[in-house]
Design a protein around this ligand. Structure first.
Ligand code: GLC
Length: 555
């Protein structure tokens, strides 16, 4: 059981959430303006992606100064005001700490470039000549993971963009500096932290070529990562705060250690295995239909595995790096509403702390851009070129970017059916989705059949029913590969959850006796009037239908 089992966290990408001053960029004042809405949804914490001073090469994940606010997002006063106002609304604010790397514009890196040895030790600088790269590792954004600095005759490591230099956590001075950053924001009233790609912070002692992969096996869940996290948490007194680590290509065993309370590392972990079920051969840029059987296997593995060893999952579908889930595993058109609700149900009934990413709660879809110029993300633009170099046509490459781009999750929040979806009075930094007239907050607020109100109900239910927050989970075998089914149990209380991930009807083989279970939730709105059973009495789920059954407890 976790201290955060009945909490729900809402992720805000400030740049695309609400623009208060008409410059086309969302900002902190914009977030504050929307606190009533967020409180209405019923969420407990707001995780804001980085708004620190940054060249914005990777939208703020390239931090130049951990202590100051990028003027595009506002001022220190704005952030203090946001924290205070959120608190008044009953919500805590979580910051996003990018501690694996800094921007190359950061003062530390700039000093290193000027030859200061002390600061060169803050990063991974390796002596060498330009013709001999230290290793063959591939950056997560494509291309080599090392960049040469001719003046220094050294290479430096960057697992992401070349303007994001990896910090050397082996150096105690680095760890001390990062602790200071945590103290600074804690003192301002920040209640929790999300740690960006934090399982990559511990690099190997010796750098060597990877003959079978892109290098990740040498630095993922690295040799000192648990030690470093324990130290960071203990020295900043973060034990009781809400902390979540973003774990790239991780394992169950490591996530148990990261999140089991006895280890005193983090409250919970994000892993991404379930979001690779449509990567052909594990490659993000090769598309295939989602493999729902694999999704089921992965969910079972992580949910039951974490439960067994007292680990705790952050459960989610969407974030600022992912395509929109309704476009990906649901149906943007005919079953838009039903599939969005079905997907929400699958996640919110699980064991773990659910995350809702801005716009997910109204069923926002992928960007739908028709031109590569409309994309802004460095990763998308790099891979577009890489795909062309590999021989794909422009049409093919654009289609793949359309499915995979991180910009799918970064289009402006759709508040109204008005101009720029009510996001900005200026020109938005990135194009608004063309469907904002149909999909927006205004039209869903208060409509009891809407996706938005359904999310509200899910969030409220987690607080009402201990079985959702604290029950144990067990996956059921269903004969149809497209059905996800599991039970939650706590003492006498029991829930049975079914979700149909297909556009056809499916017959369930799990028996739900009519008199002992009541239908608690259905992704179709006519829930009570139509409970389909076939002649043998088995339940039949409609396309993308989900149902949650609650056992009747008789005293
Ligand atoms: C994480 C962030 C992503 C960023 C990367 C590098 O994966 O979520 O947006 O690009 O780390 O900081």
């Amino acid at each position: 059981m976790s201290g955060f089992s009945n909490k729900v966290i809402y992720q805000i990408y400030p740049k695309s959430f609400m623009d208060s001053d008409g410059d086309g960029f969302g900002d902190l004042k914009g977030v504050t303006k929307k606190l009533d809405y967020l409180a209405y949804l019923g969420v407990d914490y707001l995780w804001l992606t980085p708004f620190f001073v940054s060249p914005q090469r990777d939208n703020g994940y390239d931090v130049e100064d951990y202590y100051n606010i990028d003027p595009r997002f506002g001022t220190m006063e704005d952030v203090e005001n946001l924290i205070a106002e959120a608190k008044k609304h009953g919500m805590g604010v979580m910051f996003d700490m990018v501690f694996n790397h800094t921007s190359t514009a950061h003062e530390w890196f700039q000093k290193a470039l000027q030859g200061d040895k002390e600061y060169q030790d803050f990063y991974y600088f390796v002596d060498g000549t330009e013709d001999k790269i230290p290793t063959n590792w591939i950056s997560k954004f494509g291309g080599p993971a090392w960049k040469y600095v001719p003046d220094l005759k050294k290479w430096y490591l960057h697992l992401f963009d070349e303007t994001q230099a990896d910090l050397n956590w082996e150096n105690e001075k680095v760890r001390e500096e990062l602790k200071k950053v945590i103290h600074f924001w804690k003192d301002k009233g920040v209640e929790g932290f999300r740690f960006d790609v934090v399982n990559l912070i511990s690099k190997p002692e010796v750098f060597e070529d990877d003959m079978i992969g892109d290098g990740r096996r040498f630095y993922t869940d690295g040799r000192h990562v648990h030690e470093f996290l324990k130290e960071l948490v203990a020295d900043t007194q973060m034990e009781s705060m809400v902390t979540v680590g973003e774990m790239s290509s991780t394992t169950l065993e490591n996530c148990i250690r990261y999140s089991n309370p006895e280890e005193k590392e983090l409250s919970m972990c994000f892993n991404f295995h379930h979001l690779k079920i449509d990567y052909k051969g594990g490659d993000k840029w090769e598309v295939m239909d989602p493999d729902i059987r694999q999704l089921n296997d992965l969910m079972k593995h992580w949910q039951e595995g974490m439960q067994k060893a007292n680990g705790w999952n952050a459960v989610f579908w969407c974030n600022h790096d992912q395509p929109r889930i309704v476009s990906r595993l649901g149906d943007e058109h005919k079953y838009w509403k039903e599939s969005a609700k079905m997907l929400a149900t699958s996640i919110h009934m699980m064991r773990g702390t659910p995350y809702v990413y801005q716009g997910e709660e109204i069923g926002m879809t992928n960007a739908g851009y028709s031109n590569i110029e409309e994309y802004k993300d460095v990763e998308s633009l790099n891979y577009y070129e890489i795909m062309l170099d590999q021989g794909k046509t422009k049409e093919e490459a654009l289609k793949i970017v359309g499915l995979r781009s991180r910009d799918n999750g970064r289009t402006p929040m759709q508040w109204t059916d008005g101009e720029n979806a009510g996001f900005s009075q200026g020109t938005p930094w990135i194009g608004v989705n063309h469907n904002s007239q149909c999909i927006n907050v205004e039209s869903q607020l208060g409509d009891k059949d809407s996706i938005l109100e359904y999310y509200r109900r899910l969030i409220a239910l987690r607080k009402e029913k201990a079985v959702i927050a604290d029950g144990s989970i067990s996956f059921l075998e269903e004969s149809a590969a497209e059905v996800m089914a599991y039970t939650r149990t706590l003492g006498d209380e029991e829930l049975v959850v079914f979700a149909n991930y297909s556009d056809r009807e499916v017959v369930l083989n799990t028996n739900i006796p009519e008199n002992s279970y009541l239908l608690l939730l259905d992704s179709y709105t006519d829930e009570t009037s139509i409970i389909n059973r076939n002649q043998e009495g088995c339940l039949v789920l409609r396309p993308y239908e989900s149902q949650v059954w609650e056992k009747v407890v008789r005293n």
